[in-house]
Ligand binder design. Structure first.
Ligand code: FAD
Length: 506
């Protein structure tokens, strides 16, 4: 695949190196999957090469190549085979970003250089009763002098049992106001071997043949104040930042998987002869391959653009959740297509296509479900794209009699009165017959504050001329009733027919 014009020479070089390295590791990686081994040796080599430090600043022992560098490593390692990449993303997202952004200088010096050299990390959020609802976590952290004491359990953690460093989120306040404002969570680093901290169970996860996932038990685990990242109560903010970064890397990994699908499916179909010709010549197979290429092309652009935005210091909340959900869904759809192109061999474990098929489904859940991503996109989208989501004022064209948009403000606003409000609502009926008007819409036409406007609407409502929509905050929207429309204008005023509608058709 082509590099992007905005990559630096160092990014290009990194891509070349990781690509070459991944090819060298591919046989061993496959072996570890069949043997159900954890690939310590590969991981050590990745550490030696410094790839884990791609996104760590140079002053802390990393390469200083930002999110773009991290994504290059994630894509290239995933492109050879699902397992290697998973290990690295699990580590790179293992609390590094959070330490870079929120750790103090001493913590950065202590944690980052070892992480860059290959120390395996884990992100520890999920609990028995807190999955998508991560803010409902219950693992308790109680301050005692210069330490915190942690009690509770966590589950579904990638690298459980093998990670050395755990970025743990715990509850530090039961105060309802703190909880409402998401100030009840605090972040900590917990090292493997800390007394009371144990791996409780290892899971058997789809497609996770050579990596680990499991649960933890925290039984009076003492964590020094020095290992708290950020301030007490800052955990939610740190988690959200971390998830944006994690989702970007996961999405970059899915690019590698999509490339693997092509790497096997196309040569396979070029060599598989049926009905006297290679199956690549069958249009149904060509269409499927084209779909895979389309998805990969668009996803790749979106992933590296998101990484670029992050490197520029921009908010990537919408982009990172979008590319994560897209990556999982596109990879699964492409794996479905490619499996079909390869027929029986598509579901045969002797080809990696089957493995990608499985791991793509896992990626619908890990790192936040695709539904959770959509929740984030919806909520943030309404805020961040607010300007793009404003319907222009619509007025009746005098010439055509149909609604036309106008971005110009109303030249002369009306003074507030019941008649004025009813007139505005009746006029709106002519352009938006199915909609209520918000107070803010009405105020485009009437010079009034909310209080005066609500008073007029309530008076009209009492007379049956207006219907009001209320929330806990009171009246939010209004619409003229049938009686109201009649009172505002004669029936003729509302009529409109297209020119072709002759009298006998009205
Ligand atoms: C392979 C794997 C690796 C993982 N790695 C880690 C890790 O390293 N660290 C970690 O902390 N966690 C990890 N997780 C946990 C993962 O983040 C959670 O599984 C995920 O957030 C979903 O939580 P849940 O499984 O409890 O599902 P639930 O929250 O119970 O959700 C069940 C279903 O309901 C949907 N749903 C729930 N709430 C809503 C809503 N409000 N709107 C719409 N739909 C909703 C979900 O999308 C899902 O489809 C991993 C999970 C897996 C499977």
């Amino acid at each position: 695949m082509e590099n992007f014009t905005w990559w630096t020479e160092e990014h290009n070089q990194l891509q070349k190196e990781v690509r070459e390295f991944a090819k060298q590791m591919a046989p061993r990686e496959m072996e570890t999957r069949w043997k159900r081994e954890f690939a310590w040796d590969i991981f050590a080599k990745i550490g030696e090469r410094g790839f884990l430090g791609a996104a760590i600043p140079k002053e802390y022992g990393g390469m200083g190549l930002g999110a773009t560098g991290g994504c290059i490593v994630a894509e290239e390692l995933h492109s050879i085979s699902p397992g290697i990449g998973r290990i690295v993303v699990g580590n790179m997202i293992g609390g590094l970003r959070q330490i870079i952004e929120f750790g103090n200088e001493e913590q950065k010096q202590r944690f980052l250089p070892v992480a860059a050299k290959g120390e395996l990390g884990a992100v520890v959020i999920t609990e028995m009763t807190a999955g998508t609802d991560a803010s409902g976590l219950t693992l308790q952290a109680k301050r005692e002098g210069d330490s915190y004491v942690l009690n509770g359990k966590k589950r579904f953690i990638v690298a459980a049992g093998v990670a050395k460093r755990h970025f743990v989120y715990a509850k530090t306040s039961d105060n309802p106001e703190d909880i409402a404002k998401h100030r009840h969570i605090t972040a900590f680093v917990v090292k493997k071997g800390t007394p009371g901290f144990n791996t409780e169970q290892l899971n058997e996860i789809l497609a996770f043949e050579n990596i680990q996932n499991g649960s933890f038990d925290f039984d009076n685990v003492i964590v020094p104040l020095a290992d708290r990242i950020g301030e007490e109560g800052e955990g939610w903010k740190i988690m959200m930042e971390g998830l944006n970064f994690e989702r970007t890397l996961i999405a970059a990994g899915t690019l590698g998987w999509q490339r693997t699908l092509l790497r096997y499916a196309v040569p396979y179909a070029q060599r598989r002869v049926q009905f006297g010709k290679p199956t690549i010549d069958i249009p149904a197979n060509q269409t499927k391959i084209a779909d895979v290429i389309m998805k990969l092309t668009v996803s790749r652009l979106a992933v590296y653009h998101t990484a670029y935005l992050w490197d520029l210091g921009k908010d990537i909340t919408i982009e990172s959740s979008t590319i994560k959900a897209f990556g999982a869904e596109n990879t699964l759809q492409s794996a479905l297509d490619v499996t079909q192109v390869m027929g029986g061999d598509g579901v045969n474990r002797f080809y990696p296509v089957q493995n990608i098929f499985e791991v793509a489904k896992v990626e619908h859940i890990a790192g936040g479900t695709v539904e959770a991503c959509r929740l984030v996109i919806f909520r943030s989208g309404l805020k961040l794209l607010a300007e793009d989501m404003q319907m222009p004022r619509r007025v009746k064209s005098e010439e055509l009699g149909v609604p036309i948009p106008t971005f110009a403000p109303v030249e002369k606003k009306l003074a507030v009165s019941e008649d004025a409000v009813l007139a505005v609502l009746a006029e709106d009926y002519r352009v938006n017959p199915g909609l209520h008007m918000m107070l803010i819409d009405i105020k485009q036409y009437i010079d009034a504050n909310d209080e005066a406007l609500v008073k007029a609407i309530e008076a009209l409502e009492k007379q049956g001329l207006v219907m009001a929509y209320r929330t806990r905050k009171g009246i939010q929207m209004a619409k003229a009733t049938y009686e109201g429309l009649k009172k505002a204008h004669p029936k003729e005023y509302y009529k409109w027919y297209p020119q072709w509608a002759t009298e006998d058709r009205r």
